[in-house]
Design a binder for this molecule. Sequence first.
Ligand SMILES: [Fe+2]
Length: 245
Amino acid sequence: MLFLSKKEVPLKEIIPDGYVDIHSHLLPGIDDGVKTIYQSAYILEQFENLGIKKIITTPHVIQQVWPNSSKIITEKLEKLKRVLPSLGISKIELQASAEYMMDDLFYQRIKDNDILPLHKNYLLVEMSTFSAPINLNEILFEIKLAGYIPILAHPERYTFYQNDLKKYDELKESGFLFQLNLLSFSGYYGDQIKAFAKKLVDHDYIDFTGSDVHNYHQLGILQKGFSSKMAEKITTLMNKNKVFA
Ligand SMILES: [Fe+2]
């Protein structure tokens, strides 16, 4: 009997040179990501070993839970960067932006131009996984008026759109770019999201990728890599992040 190999290719072999990760929660204690500087440093060290060139880490900014100010994020980044060399982490570039929930606080921040862009005029935004904001068009209008390009984090996770590609066409046409979570390909969020992630990739909806790593557990899953069938496709996709270098 012939057994087909289902071997996983480790992430280290899939990651292209110069990869920039644009989605993670690695500033300690300000959201549901890492809790200590030690945890940040460990994950950054692993990322460095994977050959990642730069991390733009993106703590949550959510009005009801983590209303992090630009100042808090910047201070946390500086504090972390001060200790990294003494822990032997010196190659990987570390920057901070935010993953902005498109809520009333974000709407106000956009109007006040109190924003930490991801890179140039790109912004990482998210919606609740239960429903889209009722004033989505109004928020998008303000984003564009302020001169930013919104990148929607993990479009594959908004199950309320019921995997309807027409909804995603509308979002694209209205000006959103899409950032897929690599963890979705690992099945971390379930088989349905994994299948939809593949569909979005196969139909060329995805502009960028991100790890969205919050903790050691997710890092471990990511490091295992992906099926050999998908490996090449994922490398091609990851190459698109070079615009953030
Ligand atoms: Fe995130």
